[in-house]
Design a protein around this ligand. Structure first.
Ligand code: GLY
Ligand code: MN
Length: 464
């Protein structure tokens, strides 16, 4: 937990954003996976954690904007809890660590909220994403679960995004720790990517590194020589020479800040000519996009810059043709990169995505595209100092997508389908880094993780 002043300041900033009513932040509760007492690893709700700092299950926080008061609701451990889980500080002492003097038993929350509602005051709440939270909110607010979504507070969502999208120095330290753990995960993955190895062995090993050095992985590891499947969570292939292995994985720190890094390596440690050519295009796009990032630019424009580099490169490889800018304007590149260049990152690996991607990644002057591929861009808006985001261009050869585009005669002015057919066995490549937007430009966070062809071949040689 950070010093209490951090949480006091965050709540004070939130109080400046919201005019009246109260904000109710429900923390997460323990959640069973196969029977009640066998629970998933506990992960606190990121918004509760941001404003109240406490990682205890079953807590709630309230900020009263009308009366300038703040509360933590939670139950003290009873003797049974102590026997099984050990001694825990009293809720009033935990609340003090977050700079809050008003603590109440959780059992009083329902009466507290009823009184607020009966007095005609607004209860602001964020979109719930867990079943348990939905049921609890429904009961506290006397609203059917089906009506929660239409009653979330857009005012609170916008205020929370405004605060959380700008990371402070403490958060940057945490995120860099998470990237440094990812360094260990990815360099280990590279050294293990040898023919005959089962992907699961590598995925399990690097998940263990995350747990050993920080906390759980920040999202289920994506690791496969079938990298053409963007979010491939199957790890049952035996690695083969001639394939490329994508590892997209990150860690969470003790304070629950994330990293999200992708590297792609040739199984066995040596790029063949075809692999090197496509890899270098993705690397060029990754590095040019990073180079371009600075405040005032829209991330959507950086996305299209990366797309142009990919088209240029694919033209060089004989896979595309025609005018680069027009190819990107018409969306021909989406056959090869059917996803966005990146997303915000923080406590959530897709930071605040649960509040609604359009609130986080777009603004009044940047509206989300609707056409295939570009619509998947999670972050399009103007960049500000303090944003932390990912840069993750890729090139994929997805046989079903190639067939679909070809059968529909799409972008025939820009795509050499006969050549593309010969790449259907290639797989995919993605290269992802985590970036802080600074006052003048940007900084790649954490210890640099090998990504040039030379660096990758050199570190993989250590695994042989
Ligand atoms: N790392 C997975 C993603 O960004 O979607
Ligand atoms: Mn990512």
């Amino acid at each position: 937990m950070f010093n209490k002043d951090v949480y006091i300041e965050r709540r004070s900033k939130l109080r400046n954003e919201i005019k009246s009513g109260i904000a109710l932040f429900l923390g997460n509760v323990e959640s069973p996976f196969n029977y009640p007492a066998n629970t998933y690893h506990f992960r606190q709700d990121s918004h509760f954690l941001y404003f109240f700092g406490l990682k205890n299950p079953g807590f709630a926080g309230v900020i009263d904007f009308d009366n300038n008061k703040e509360y933590v609701f939670g139950n003290d451990f009873d003797i049974d809890d102590i026997i099984w889980m050990g001694v825990q500080p009293k809720v009033k002492d935990l609340a003090k660590k977050a700079g809050i003097d008003n603590s109440r038993p959780y059992t009083e929350l329902s009466g507290f909220i009823s009184e607020v509602v009966n007095n005609g005051r607004k209860v602001h709440f964020l979109p719930p994403y867990r079943g348990e939270t939905k049921i609890e909110l429904s009961s506290l607010l006397d609203l059917p679960v089906s009506e929660l979504d239409s009653n979330v507070s857009v005012e609170l969502i916008k205020a929370v995004v405004k605060l959380k999208e700008i990371k402070d120095k403490y958060e940057i330290v945490e995120i860099e720790k998470a990237v440094d753990i990812a360094y260990e995960m990815h360099t280990t993955s590279m050294k293990m990517a040898m023919p005959g190895v089962i992907e699961q062995k590598i995925a399990g090993t690097i998940e263990g590194i995350s747990l050993a050095l920080g906390g759980p992985v920040s999202f289920p590891i994506i690791l496969s020589q079938d990298g053409q499947t963007l979010h491939n969570h199957n790890h049952d292939n035996v690695l083969e020479i001639g394939r490329m292995m994508v590892t997209d994985g990150g860690a969470e720190t003790q304070e629950c800040y994330s990293s999200d890094i992708t590297r792609t390596v040739p199984v066995g440690g040596k790029f063949n000519k075809r692999q090197a050519q496509i890899y270098q295009i993705v690397l060029d796009a990754n590095m040019a996009a990073i180079e371009a990032i600075k405040p005032g630019l829209k991330y959507r424009d950086i996305h299209f810059l990366a797309a142009e580099i990919i088209v240029d490169g694919l033209k060089g490889a004989g896979l595309m043709k025609g005018d680069t800018k027009k190819a990107v304007e018409t969306g021909a590149h989406t056959l090869f990169m059917p996803h966005g260049l990146g997303h915000m990152m923080g406590m959530d690996v897709h930071d605040m995505e649960g509040l609604g991607e359009n609130f986080v990644g777009y603004d009044e002057t940047t509206k989300r595209a609707t056409e295939f591929g570009n619509a998947y861009l999670r972050l399009g808006k103007e960049l500000k100092p303090g944003f932390v985001l990912t840069v993750e261009p890729g090139i994929y050869f997805i046989p079903d997508l190639i067939d679909k585009f070809r059968n529909e005669n799409l972008h025939t002015d820009y795509i050499n389908y006969d050549v593309v057919e010969t790449y259907k066995d290639f797989g995919g490549i993605r290269i992802e880094d985590d970036i802080l937007v600074t006052e003048t430009g940007n900084r790649v966070l954490g210890k640099p993780i090998p990504k040039t062809i030379k660096e990758i071949e050199s570190i993989m040689a250590e695994g042989n």
